[in-house]
Design a protein around this ligand. Structure first.
Ligand code: ATP
Ligand code: MG
Length: 750
């Protein structure tokens, strides 16, 4: 068994365990996932189990792929493919495709994703005469999802409802399920619910799967919800060959129904279970392991475990509190550039972890300015997010009322009862009368002319009035309220913010935070362009958002939320936004248990790092369009002072930018030469434009320019943008680094 040599004693004990329940509880980086994978290989290699008798459950599809790949390395091709490795959802799909009809789930059921679900919920609400303004479909769906995770059906939900809201939602739940059945569809939660029901109600089917999956292994067990817990219990109760691995200190999905008690009570649920604790960390330096230990000691809900490592002490943790959020982003960019420049690291050694997606924006901007290739995992780039695109469409419509695309995008967001045919009628009417359909006055006239049916006309009249007001605000250099005022009014008066607030979901909350970030962006832009108008702002934004996706396989810097970082490891980790109100998140500082979940989230972040950890924050930042000064996160103080090197004093933004700039120049050139993953706009083979677009008329790095408002500067980089134009990155002496479109920017040679 050659692969047993890659394991320590405790790990080997777990891998060689064959029959009966087994719990591996251990801290991050101690090899839990490795042990689980090796045990699958061991069972197969020793003949204790046939490959197709094994069910290994991972938390994500990506993790499943990695496990299969690893198994292939250990076992060679042929055998590993026959073991079933997948997420809970994928497993349930398999079972229901075969045996769903026993509980009324057709073989060919469809799986509905979120937009489909919202559609069905809308219908359900309509059928019951429930006002979707008061009971937002997404909010109702979130409530239903919580019930389903607890295996609570519509009847029980109705019986247990205590408030009018809950009772109404329970009624919607019942109707929703009925409509889903009629559509022969299941949503993600249903997959679990129906599988559990199938196994509970049909002993013969249950027995079949108990025989089929004679060995069951579950990774990240601390984040299972009740439905998943029951599923595992049912499948394993006959043979009890169940191995679960997890770390209760890394439980971070409480808000999604994950129940930490599942792992804490494993020994009680499966009497006689063997428990293996792993204490040696193989991932991180001593400094990082010790910092993580000290941090998590501040939580009260925990099993007593220690984690140590033979690894070297390694570099100290670097802490930097920059003056503002852009200083923070530049600092991060510089560290990355240095790492690459010194030849020690490649782009993909680095990961940036933040609490919410909205935080990515400032870093994206810094990375673009400094030509650092990056990608965002499990999330869209800032400007691709729906709510940002929507509000920008409003702004575009205000700037140019003839923009029919923008009009179509937002005329019914939030809902004003305007369908596609109505929009077409409006557009035709406007064309006929030689007016612009997005012009407030023209819209009012259209209302008078009877273009809309009566209930729609009312909503449209209000909308027309808003457009008139907004356009007045946006005139010239944006008047006294400025850009921020305009954006804020659009977000609020349009009803967009209320629409999100009513959803009462985590997702809506994230969207609201993104809008806050848009406001902050507007505020900053305004400070820098006191003379700028709405058109200029939109042009700036268009430039920022006109960035193609990178090749997924490219070696680039990764940005993601702490939640998506589970189970992963990277040589260098930046934990950014280490401030009270961000991490811990503002909503979590009230309840002790929420605060503990935030600390676990931070712990997950810290323990992703193999060699080097950075903690960064800003003295002040623009949030929700306002300048705020958050204290440094308490989590920083909870890590050992002696392990942290504080560089805040040494770094001023000006200096950092200058240094970053010269590094960007060299690193960018090196990266382009080496792997053709240069800066964003040129990175992605836009066919002929890639390279063939060539350097735009005459500009090259090193050229001196004069800009009408920014003054003198030096061209740092020239990126063909694909439209026979170029985006110039210019370092201005006074105004810092700007990206300009060569053809339209007011620039000339110095
Ligand atoms: P997490 O809690 O973050 O999911 P984990 O406990 O699952 O962590 P693994 O990802 O399995 O930890 O292992 C962490 C790293 O340590 C991996 O790179 C793994 O290959 C390595 N490792 C684990 N055990 C050993 C060992 N005995 N010898 C060498 N490397 C090991
Ligand atoms: Mg793991």
């Amino acid at each position: 068994m050659p692969f047993l040599q890659g394991l320590n004693e405790a790990q080997r004990e777990a891998v060689q365990h064959v029959e009966g329940p087994l719990l591996v509880v251990a801290g991050p980086g101690s090899g839990k996932t490795r042990v689980l994978t090796y045990r699958v290989a061991y069972l197969i290699a020793t003949g204790a189990a046939a490959p197709d008798e094994i069910l290994a459950v991972t938390f994500t599809n990506k993790a499943a792929q990695q496990m299969v790949q690893r198994l292939r390395q250990l076992l060679g091709p042929g055998l590993s493919e026959r073991a079933w490795v997948g997420t809970f959802h994928a497993t349930c799909v398999q079972i229901l495709r075969r045996d769903g009809p026993h509980v009324g789930v057709p073989h060919d059921f469809a799986i509905f994703d979120t937009p489909d679900q919202v559609q069905v919920m809308r219908e359900a609400l309509k059928a019951l005469n429930i006002d979707p303004k008061r009971y937002d479909p997404r909010g109702v769906l979130a409530a239903c999802s919580r019930w389903k995770n607890e295996l609570i059906g519509p009847e029980q939900a109705a019986a247990e409802a205590r408030s009018v809201y809950d009772r109404t939602v329970a009624r919607a739940f019942e109707r929703y399920q009925q409509l889903m059945r009629e559509a022969r569809a299941l949503d993600f939660d249903d997959l679990l619910v129906e599988t559990v029901r199938l196994l509970r109600e049909h002993p013969a089917v249950l027995e079949k799967y108990q025989r089929r999956f004679r060995f069951i292994l579950v990774d990240e067990y601390q984040d299972t919800n009740h439905a998943q817990y029951q599923l595992v219990r049912l499948l394993s109760q006959a043979h009890r060959n169940l191995m679960v691995v997890g770390d209760e200190m890394q439980s971070i999905y409480g808000w999604r129904g994950a129940d930490i008690r599942n792992i804490l009570s494993f020994e009680r649920d499966y009497p006689g279970a063997r428990v293996v604790r792993l204490e040696q960390n193989y991932r991180s330096t001593k400094t990082i392991v010790e910092a993580a230990n000290r941090l998590i000691r501040h939580n009260t809900e925990r099993l007593d475990k220690r984690l140590w490592t033979h690894n070297a002490a390694g570099a100290p943790i670097t802490f930097c509190r920059a003056e503002d959020e852009r200083g923070e982003a530049t600092f991060v960019a510089l560290q990355i550039l240095r790492g690459v420049q010194e030849g020690k690291r490649s782009w993909d050694s680095f990961v940036l972890l933040y609490r919410t997606h909205a935080q990515s924006r400032t870093f994206e901007e810094a990375f673009l300015a400094h030509q650092i290739p990056y990608r965002i995992v499990a999330g869209l780039r800032f400007y691709e997010r729906k709510e940002i695109k929507d509000i920008l469409a409003y702004l575009r419509l205000i700037a140019s009322p003839g923009d029919v695309v923008s009009l179509r995008r937002i005329v019914n967001v939030p809902r004003r009862g305007v369908g596609e045919t109505t929009v077409e009628r409006l557009v035709a009417w406007a064309r006929q009368h030689g007016v612009e359909p997005g012009d407030g006055a023209a819209l009012e006239a259209a209302c008078e002319a009877g273009v809309f049916t009566r209930p729609v006309a009312q909503a449209m009249r209000a909308f027309a009035g808003q457009l008139v007001r907004w356009r007045a605000l946006a005139g010239g250099t944006l008047g006294e309220h400025g850009l921020t005022g305009l954006v804020e009014q659009v977000i609020k008066e349009s009803g967009y913010l209320d629409m999100l607030k009513q959803e009462r979901t985590e997702e809506a909350q994230a969207r609201i935070e993104n809008l806050e970030e848009l406001l902050s962006l507007a505020t900053r832009w305004e400070q820098e362009h006191p003379e700028g108008g709405l058109d200029d702002f939109l042009a700036h934004v268009a430039l920022m958002s006109d960035v193609d996706d990178y090749d997924e396989s490219a070696r680039v810097v990764t940005l993601m939320t702490l939640h998506s970082a589970k189970g992963l490891e990277f040589p260098v980790v930046f934990l950014v936004g280490m401030e009270e109100g961000i991490l811990p998140h503002a909503r979590s500082t009230f309840e002790a248990s929420d605060l503990e979940e935030e600390r676990r989230l931070c712990y997950v972040g810290v323990t992703r790092a193999k060699e080097k950890l950075y903690l960064t924050c800003a003295r002040s930042r623009v949030m929700w369009g306002q300048l705020v000064a958050n204290p440094v996160s308490r989590f920083v103080d909870e890590m050992p002072r002696e392990a942290i090197e504080d560089v805040s004093e040494t770094w001023s933004r000006e200096r950092v930018e200058r240094e970053a700039l010269s590094l960007a120049q060299r690193a960018g050139a090196a990266a382009r030469g080496a792997a053709s993953i240069g800066p964003a706009p040129q990175a992605t083979g836009r066919g002929a434009a890639d390279g063939a677009g060539g350097p735009a008329p005459g500009w090259k790095p090193g050229d001196r320019v004069v800009h009408d408002s920014f003054g003198e500067g030096t061209v740092v980089a020239v990126d063909p943008s694909g439209r026979r134009d170029a985006i110039l990155t210019v370092a201005f002496e006074g105004a810092g680094i700007k990206r300009l479109m060569a053809s339209v920017a007011p620039i000339r040679r110095a």
